[in-house]
Design a protein around this ligand. Structure first.
Ligand SMILES: Nc1ncnc2c1ncn2[C@@H]1O[C@H](COP(=O)(O)OP(=O)(O)OP(=O)(O)O)[C@@H](O)[C@H]1O
Length: 350
């Protein structure tokens, strides 16, 4: 393992354990205020845990026991680079001097640092901007320069805190492609809200909620079989949690949901039922004798979703045609029945 962290910071309500292997990119996903940036701060050394250990390549960066610091490496000595949402460049230095700053600080000669800086600017696609000042760059260009600057210092670990969040939607895809290339053999942790970042940049994802890692694994596995509400929402799936009864999931609201299930799930074990909103139909009354799963709900929102409308209840969302919405008079506050065939539902352990 390259990075191992187990740290608690009570003031932020955070207690997280993370591991990142050599060359791996881990995406940290989770709702606002979940503790993702706090986790990065604990690794970078801008935050000190109340308790815990952070180690990189076997070197202890932080070790605190019950508030007593046993070991502490200052942020600038950690060989960890943190890339924030807003590119923080030195305004008075040219682009190439910004990127050469790290190598110079590490003892490289002026020429060597300039060559390394030029190489990185080329890799991130902004070689022609070398002589400019940061004030003369667009947001996307500045973020590319910030990536080059972070990597020119040859960090053992690169931390990225929502690197695309401050960019226009039309420039984010190109930067994401660039990051995909530069992160290929770089050990990195990227905080993101965006499922595309997880899919295109990360080998593994960890979902953080309420200060804890609630789910982690290979990206395809977490998005294919999410166990947390947040991962399910990223994967575009409805997720109902409950207990396996032997032939269905008894959900927290009492309804039993039937579906395809893993053999050998023990009765009484925590389980989830996942299904696509497109597989859900909406009725104003329960369909008598229907073999379908029926879940009562109240419409909360109706929003456009591609060619369809997404009708959201508290627990279930359904994608239905505008015509059906009009015919049924679906609007916030209307009581409905959400219906999904068992064949459309995947049931697996939580
Ligand atoms: N500077 C701060 N001082 C005190 N508390 C903070 C500070 N920054 C964040 N917090 C609190 O710490 C907790 C974790 O916040 P954090 O910023 O790590 O979450 P996050 O997952 O990165 O959220 P977001 O996605 O909104 O950036 C939250 O309860 C937040 O209110």
């Amino acid at each position: 393992m390259t990075l191992t962290m187990e740290a608690r910071l009570a003031a932020r309500g955070v207690e997280v354990a993370l591991e990142v292997a050599d060359g791996e990119t881990l995406a940290l996903l989770g709702p606002n205020g979940a503790g993702k940036s706090t986790a990065l701060g604990l690794v970078a050394g801008t935050l000190r845990p109340d308790d815990g250990v952070v180690a990189l390549d076997g070197r202890t960066l932080a070790h605190v026991e019950a508030g007593r610091t046993r070991a502490w490496v200052a942020p600038h000595d950690r060989q960890v680079a943190l890339l924030a949402q807003e590119p923080l460049l030195f305004p008075h230095l040219s682009v190439v001097d910004n990127v050469a700053f790290g190598p110079r600080a590490q003892g490289a000669g002026r020429r060597e640092a300039a060559v390394r800086a030029a190489g990185w600017l080329d890799r991130v696609g902004v070689a022609e901007l070398a002589a400019r000042r940061p004030g003369a760059l667009s947001g996307g260009q500045a973020q590319r320069v910030a990536v080059a600057r972070a990597l020119a210092a040859r960090p053992r670990l690169l931390l990225l805190d929502e690197p695309m969040a401050a960019l226009d939607v039309d420039v984010a895809p190109a930067l994401r492609q660039t990051l995909r290339h530069v992160l290929a053999d770089q050990t990195a942790v990227v905080v993101t809200h965006d499922v595309l970042d997880a899919l295109l940049l990360a080998d593994r994802v960890a979902v953080v909620d309420d200060g804890r890692v609630v789910e982690q694994g290979p990206t395809a596995q977490v998005l294919g079989r999410p166990r947390s509400t947040f991962a399910a929402s990223l994967a575009g799936l409805n997720l109902l949690t409950g207990l396996w009864t032997g032939d269905g999931v008894r959900t927290d609201v009492g309804a039993v949901v039937h579906g395809h299930h893993d053999p050998g799930v023990p009765v009484g074990a925590a389980a989830v039922a996942a299904f696509r909103p497109a597989a859900v139909a909406v009725f104003l009354a329960p369909v008598p004798g229907s073999p379908r799963n029926l879940l009562p709900g109240t419409v909360r929102t109706v929003e456009p979703h591609g060619d369809l409308l997404r009708v959201r209840g508290d627990l279930v969302a359904a994608d239905v045609t505008p015509r059906a919405v009009a015919e049924l008079g679906l609007a916030p506050g209307v009581d409905v029945w959400f219906s999904v065939k068992a064949a459309e539902v995947d049931v697996y352990p939580a």
